[in-house]
Design a binder for this molecule. Structure first.
Ligand code: G1P
Length: 310
């Protein structure tokens, strides 16, 4: 079953409360936290755009207005910078929204990821579409979505992004039961469990936040009852699709590139350090400082109490 329907629509669920980042997220949406100098959500939108997804629906909630402001023009800022002739800063206002149409819809009741995706049903219609979770930041050089849409083009159905994780991590993710295909980085997904204990995990393959979905997922989501945590789980609907096969096969693309969970404070810090390190403009100065900093701290690790004093 191949699919020649080009995927142009992306759904970005962005209604989560970001409680792992309190108090920073009390008044600021977690998607707006800066990763170096861009809000986390901008990386996700840029990733969608560079994979050719030019129609984007963000499913938001209360307190998410800054997302709309961020992807809108800011005439005052633009004219102030133009008057000053500050071309460099002006170019930083270039927004992915100039090459994509970004739409917004409120989730209403916070009933889980499956419910957020279901809210996109009338926007998406009858075509396959992509879902990008805002907490997952995929390095722009590791072109996961393009690989997924290419696999979808050959197999149809749905395509998930999978990543191998250690047993102690699997309960943080949806976990896939899989069988091999002829391709190293493509697996057939035969079942899914949301956040299993290590003992009940069918494999070490975790579902990460990129999906290419058959539109039949909406029909299944409509009848999916609350699952883990009392929420309507996308994983449960996809599991039903794996079992019935009526919406085409479900495949997984195994991702081994760079991914950060920017909703998790320590992974967020790793993303900031790594991306700053690699930046052409900030990188050289930052690398020199970080090298010295780590060098000075490493010398102190034998006597941790001295770190507090330092
Ligand atoms: C969601 C999904 C889960 C998936 C994860 C990826 O969980 O429910 O299946 O593995 O995203 O980041 P959440 O992190 O929203 O709890």
């Amino acid at each position: 079953m191949t699919s020649n329907r080009r995927i142009i629509k992306a759904v970005i669920p962005a209604a989560g409360l970001g409680t792992r980042f309190l108090p920073a997220t009390k008044a600021v949406p977690k998607e707006m936290l800066p990763v170096v100098d861009r809000p986390a959500i901008q990386y996700v939108v840029e990733e969608a755009v560079s994979a050719g997804l030019s129609e984007i629906l963000m499913v938001t909630g209360r307190n998410k207005r800054p997302l709309e402001d961020h992807f809108d023009r800011s005439f005052e800022l633009e004219s102030a910078l133009r008057e000053k002739g500050d071309v460099a800063k002006l170019s930083r206002l270039d927004s992915p929204s100039s090459v994509a149409n970004i739409h917004y819809l409120r989730q209403g009741d916070p009933r889980g990821l499956g419910h957020a995706v279901l809210r996109a049903a009338s926007y998406v219609g009858d075509d396959p579409f992509a879902v990008l979770l805002g907490d997952d930041l995929i390095d722009a050089r590791d072109d996961l979505l393009t690989r997924m849409t290419e696999v979808h083009g050959r197999h149809g159905g749905s395509v998930l992004a999978l990543m191998e994780v250690s047993p102690d991590q699997i309960s943080r993710y949806g976990c896939a039961a899989v069988t091999a295909t002829g391709e190293d980085d493509v697996l057939r997904v035969t079942g899914l469990v949301e956040k299993p204990s290590p003992a009940r995990a069918p494999s070490s393959y975790a579902v990460i936040g990129r999906y290419v979905l058959a539109p039949e997922v909406f029909t299944v989501l409509r009848r999916t009852g609350p699952g883990r945590g009392g929420e309507i789980q996308l994983t449960d609907a996809l599991n039903e699709m794996c079992e019935s096969g009526t919406a085409g096969p479900v495949h997984g693309v195994v991702f081994s590139g760079r991914r950060y969970d920017t909703g998790d404070p320590s992974d967020y810090l790793r993303a900031v350090v790594r991306l700053a390190w690699e930046r052409e403009d900030l990188g050289p100065g930052f690398r020199a400082w970080l090298g010295e900093f780590v060098g000075s701290r490493t010398g102190l690790t034998a006597a941790p109490e001295r770190l507090d004093a330092a």
